[in-house]
Design a protein around this ligand. Sequence first.
Ligand code: ACO
Length: 428
Amino acid sequence: MDNAKLVLNGKEYQLPVTVGTEGEVGIDITALRSKTGAITLDSGYGNTGSCESSITFIDGERGILQYRGYPIEELAAKSSFLEVSFLLIFGHLPTREELDKFTFDLTHHSLLREDMKKFYEGYPPTAHPMGVLCSMVVSLSAYYPDTQEERYNNIIRLLAKLKTIAAFSYKKSIGQPYVYPRNNMSFAADLLHMMFAVPAEDYEVHQEVADALDLLLILHADHEQNCSTSTVRMVGSSEANMFATIASGICALWGKLHGGANQHVIEMLQRIQNEGGDYRKFIDMAKDKNSSFKLMGFGHRVYKNFDPRAKILKEAADKVLNKLGIKDPLLEIAKNLERVALEDSYFIERKLYPNVDFYSGIIYRAMGIPTEMFTVMFALGRLPGWIAQWKEMREDPAMRIYRPRQIYTGCTERSYIPIDERRTVEVK
Ligand code: ACO
């Protein structure tokens, strides 16, 4: 493809063009500032490619999501979360031997150091599990040095231990004794067992519930350069250790415009139910520019047609609830909201569709997972994606520290004012 031409102050500059394997076009501005003195301005990075990556492909216009070239629909139907984790991190679907080794390694690294349990004691039971999750992950750096030789082991440790950390933070919040990981259970079943089993009582994990959790984890596993993944790359680019780097991604995910939306969707649906079920009133509120209310679980920076994950999850929600014999009025409210919104010109014109968080909460609820743990579940799913993106960046010989620029809009140079000569300025 031809170079792009930029004319600035009457002078013409050639900018090289990069084309990805799926035809995406990027104008390479790496040398823009040194050649022209100018930078690009792209608030929210909606048009900025921060890296080249061979992990995940999204076509938001056509509702396509692929991990390493495999369509999400196929992976959701045929694969498992551990297989997908291996695929994302190591770049190919594992052979049986590779998957057996990966599974063995993961099951044999899932215990936490006993003294890490003391960290939980310091938190009040009301602590949000995302805060606990993040600090436990960064604490792992105190135990496991981040060296090149330990890279594989540390990846395994983090993948294996995050589910134990997550389950322990739930047990802490309800004041129950911790249940230790089991090596004879699948990843999803072990997580459910650690969360819901009570010592001295029998607890059997429903296969349907474990399968549904595995599906949710697959659907969340990666999503190219979203807010938390970009945070991971940003922090990782300073060569901070892997545990600190991933902890930063957990913090970014927590926000309600990102992974925290799944908790807020259920809170919104509950509010609609508590206020009499008039979902149209909430649609009107979401459209009202004088209200800060947004339809949680709706809209996406990249998907402008449909979110393929939401499509899979809508069907899965019906299936799981039927299998478990659960009738959740919130599912009906969610479907009504979706139907009305998709016929409304406000949502049509802005291309706003349900995203992955819209139906995931309904399934988590059916599994008995409390609302505050929803974003933790998302973090567990997203972990292999964060690791894959971090590893890809660290293995790239051209990696540079992430350091964007800005257009300064503050005061121009002025002289220091002695304290007694200053006027009171209203503080906002
Ligand atoms: N409800 C009502 N209006 C909305 C919504 C919504 N959920 N989302 C976007 N809009 C409106 C905006 O007000 C804006 O309207 P305007 O053009 O009249 O000003 C227009 O649609 C474009 O939206 P932006 O906010 O500019 O889109 P952006 O790409 O910056 O934000 C985001 C995307 C954050 C996902 C947004 O749609 C949102 O806040 N959704 C609700 C929260 C949510 O579900 N987040 C989860 C996203 S998926 C994930 O991270 C896992």
